[in-house]
Design a protein around this ligand. Structure first.
Ligand code: ATP
Ligand code: MG
Length: 261
């Protein structure tokens, strides 16, 4: 059997540290404060996954789970024109690219899982090369079941997301927001912090038991964690968890071309 491969991010240092990019078949988590660039990164990945291979893309489709209505096709096309001008000035390319990115807005985690369960077995065959969940916290907050039952349910859903990555052999990228805070270089975000969100509606739904449960299940589900942060006005992507690399930080900017070095 062939190795599943990687989705290059176009950030050279990061791609080198990840041995080629975001790996297929596992869950990669993007963590960071509001406005740091997690969604911008997801938009760029969507373009890279869907671009024809003649322009360096994976020539695939993308399923983009947009739980907070932050996906902007206008912004994505702007990034496309500025990052891949040759491709985007080709006749009909902008429309074709937009058509390859399927944006879903499920109203609950169960709704999301139900729809994904139906297509799980055929994701790879149908040319889906990337699944994005932006963001996870908003999906979890939608779960209605209470108490231990909810923890059990959450664990099941998180394992399901991991199994989708393994079974379909596509990269699954999940975002989570954390409060911005100054920390020294060696410290790590705790799972409690990872689960904390600033939006009041999500905070009230994420009680302490739920947060604890999310931490444990999440710890096992995520293979790679990229922490987005800002220091003295410079943005960095920190490779905080990886089986292949020590913790490394890569500077980046956000411009009209999206995330770039
Ligand atoms: P949240 O957790 O709230 O979803 P996020 O990490 O997803 O936040 P993004 O939406 O990815 O944040 O990033 C927003 C930032 O992207 C803005 O603060 C702005 O600095 C930058 N940005 C957006 N569009 C442009 C643009 N056209 N040119 C330059 N920078 C831009
Ligand atoms: Mg976002």
């Amino acid at each position: 059997e062939r190795m599943a491969g990687h989705l290059p991010t176009c950030l050279k240092g990061l791609d080198n540290a990840l041995c080629g990019g975001i790996p297929f078949g596992v869950v990669t988590e993007l963590v960071g404060p509001a406005g740091i660039g997690k969604t911008q990164f997801c938009l760029k990945l969507s373009l890279l996954a869907s671009l024809p291979s003649s322009y360096g893309g994976l020539d695939g489709s993308v399923i983009y789970i947009d739980t907070e209505s932050k996906f902007s096709s206008r912004r994505m096309i702007e990034i496309g024109y500025n990052s891949f001008p040759e491709a985007f000035h080709a006749e009909g390319m902008a429309q074709e690219m937009a058509g390859r990115i399927l944006v879903l807005r499920p109203t609950s985690l169960s709704e999301f899982t139900d729809s994904l369960q139906k297509i799980k077995v055929s994701l790879f065959q149908h040319g889906v090369k990337l699944l994005i969940i932006d963001s996870m916290a908003a999906l979890l907050a939608g779960e209605g079941v209470q108490g231990p039952q909810r923890q059990h349910s959450l664990g099941w859903h998180i394992s399901f997301i991991k199994s989708v990555a393994e079974f379909s052999r596509i990269p699954v990228v999940v975002t989570n927001q954390v409060r911005s805070q100054s920390r020294d270089e060696t410290s790590h975000y705790s799972f409690q912090e990872l689960s904390r969100v600033d939006r009041p509606e999500a905070t009230t739904n994420l009680d302490s038991h739920l947060v604890a449960a999310l931490g444990i299940h999440w710890a096992h589900a995520v293979s790679i964690r990229l922490v987005f942060e800002s220091r003295s006005g410079q943005r960095f992507i920190k490779l905080a968890k990886s089986p292949l690399s020590p913790p490394l930080a890569f500077p980046f900017n956000i411009t009209s071309s999206g995330i770039s070095l």
